[in-house]
Design a protein around this ligand. Structure first.
Ligand SMILES: [Fe+2]
Length: 200
């Protein structure tokens, strides 16, 4: 795992999100991608909103974490990276962490903030990102991040999904969403949620 540099901490301080490319050593990235694929086949479940008030609008698939993901999220390297970038001691929040699959056209994630206690900071690790050859990334391949807790505030970043890109996000306080993916586009990622270490 790449060490946290000042640049990433500055990015995070300035806009609540830091983007790290070629973040993981290839063997770890490949092992996570393989585990995500196996979970997708075995027992992924669909999250599809039914339009109830207070519910996040979304349509995507989720998968349980396996031992590779758990080891990665709970490693000293990951804790060190998160501390260096966010300035906070953090620990994984297992109940809120999962593999996420946007691999059916139209999959999306509506506007929301993450649960403040369970997911103070999100560590998004993009494992497999695809789009039609020769086409620029469509809106669904971009995570839209806002300055405040709703999309009426300033749009501070549109982060394109790329394989082996890691995004550290102040998701508990800053609204974010992913528009629907187009034909031929797909994203598989590990959505790691972290809470402040030692908090009740
Ligand atoms: Fe989120």
């Amino acid at each position: 795992m790449i060490a946290a540099g000042t640049d990433f901490a500055q990015q995070f301080a300035a806009r609540g999100v830091a983007v790290i490319d070629a973040a993981l050593p290839t063997p770890l990235w490949e092992a996570l991608r393989a585990e995500a694929g196996a979970e997708r086949q075995a027992k992924a479940w669909s999250l599809k909103s039914s339009g109830n008030p207070g519910e996040i609008n979304q349509e995507n698939l989720r998968g349980h974490l396996g031992p590779v993901a758990r080891a990665y999220l709970s490693s000293a390297d990951t804790a060190g990276l998160l501390l260096g970038v966010t300035g906070r001691p953090l620990e994984p929040s297992w109940s809120a962490s999962c593999y996420t699959y946007y691999d059916i056209p139209g999959s999306y994630m509506g506007e929301h903030c993450d649960k403040f206690d369970a997911c103070r900071i999100a560590l998004l690790t993009y494992l497999d990102v695809r789009r039609p050859e020769g086409q620029p990334p469509g809106p669904g391949l971009q995570l839209h991040v806002f300055r405040g807790d709703n999309s009426g505030t300033e749009l501070v970043a549109r982060i394109t999904a790329r394989s082996n890109r890691v995004v550290i996000l102040n998701g508990g306080e800053q609204a974010h969403f992913r528009p629907p993916l187009g034909q031929g586009e797909s994203v598989v990622m590990l959505a790691g949620c972290f809470r402040v270490a030692g908090a009740a």
